[in-house]
Design a protein around this ligand. Sequence first.
Ligand SMILES: Nc1ncnc2c1ncn2[C@@H]1O[C@H](COP(=O)(O)OP(=O)(O)O)[C@@H](O)[C@H]1O
Ligand SMILES: [Mg+2]
Length: 495
Amino acid sequence: MATLAELTAQHTSLTQPSVDHLLRLTVSWSLLSDLSFSDMLLMTKVDLLTNLGEDNFVVLGQMRPNNRSTLMNEDLVGTLLRCDAWPLVRQAFDGGARVVGEAMIENVEDRVPVWCIPVRFEGVIVAVLVRLQGPLRGPASLYEQAYLSVFERLCDMVADATFPYREDDVAGPGMPRVGDGIILMDGEGLVEFATPNATNALHRLGIYAPAEGRSLDDLGLRARVIDRTLEFGIPAMDEIDQGHDVAIVFHCVPLLEKGEVTGLITLVRDVSDLRKLNRVLLNKEAAVREVHHRVKNNLQTISSLLRLQARRSDIAETRTALLEAERRIRSIAVVHEVLSREPGEEVVFDEIVRSLVLLVEDTVLALHPVEIVVNGELGVLSTDLATPLAVALAELLTNAVEHAFTEFGGVNNDQVGIVTLNLFQEDGNAIAEIRDNGRGLGEDFSLDVPTSLGLSIVRDLIRAQLHGTIEMKSVSATEGGGTYVRVEVPTTARL
Ligand SMILES: Nc1ncnc2c1ncn2[C@@H]1O[C@H](COP(=O)(O)OP(=O)(O)O)[C@@H](O)[C@H]1O
Ligand SMILES: [Mg+2]
């Protein structure tokens, strides 16, 4: 079966943006079909040049309602229909206004009520949406009336080019369909109407009070997805959970009139059973774990590429810079590696420290014997804090190993370089002290002069990003010599 893109390319001269608009329409038009209990066809005029002067429409898409039997058993997508056989469609296409009437359809005895809604894009009619309405079973019930009124508002939006939504990236498979339950709200977020299925879903979330005339907020349900849709006028989807057992998907779609949000339909779907069945598959934790795992893998790939590139470079400076970048990326990968095993808002930092120490020992060319000793621990830290802190500590440890012991080792000197890392928490602060017994800092060393990259990064991470302090000084020979660094960051501050 030809796709919409193929059909438009073959039969029309529609621009790519208009084709994309039509594609978006066919992604979200199950809503229109269900709300109007009708079959839908999307038609556009065939370009005369490609069609030897025949005046035809081509059917670009077809949608059947979920809540009624279809009028059309055949698949019409891709067929050409003579324009004079569909005068209502032609009228809508040429006139740019909605046309309502009746038509005869194959295999249906009675005349069928037809609506032709022009689909406007960037001021031009690019297609016509045809609604073929099946026979009504008696007078419309209350909820059928509500559906139809929403449908009409959406039709106006189609003609105004505000439906389908440009930002509608939440539609597609898995999107709730109308049969799952609908809550209709006004522009203020007050419930006008809720279908029985929607009411059931609210019950499952612990809301038993009648919803009409009140906002979900009033009823005790915090649904940010609704606020977002009301505020920005774009569709949004979210899952609201109640404990482990209840999961309800809310898909909010704004109703717009002249750019204003005048209402909101929320499709709700109880996915608790689905979640239960697929718990292993859809387990959030497993998903997060997988993401961290992939991030780590990607970072490792980048780091390998940098290492390869470094090896190929003949210029020492370039090589060093590339290897440094490689080490920094690996220190971030370490955090994701730990998170891929234990995902969450918090992470056991000591596992990260262990990997960092190995990383530093491994990366820095061991020109001289160095030992890194870790005392104490920081315990569990928020992940927002862990990544910058890990990068900063890797930087400082690398410096100690790299710069402190340049005169150590060799034939005349059998001194061993020792770097100690003390970790502890005190008064809501995580504290890391790094001490080496090396040559100490130069006379003119100042942490605040932003010259070298390594310490600039550390300064920025600790002070600006983590709202902490850093102090760096030489230790007098009488106290053992070397360099002392103290990093202190609040563990509770919001970053
Ligand atoms: N533990 C230390 N012992 C001696 N010198 C150090 C130590 N840490 C940093 N330094 C000095 O501070 C300088 C700046 O460090 P950094 O900003 O990391 O740049 P880089 O490591 O690229 O030289 C180093 O070049 C070194 O001279
Ligand atoms: Mg450095």
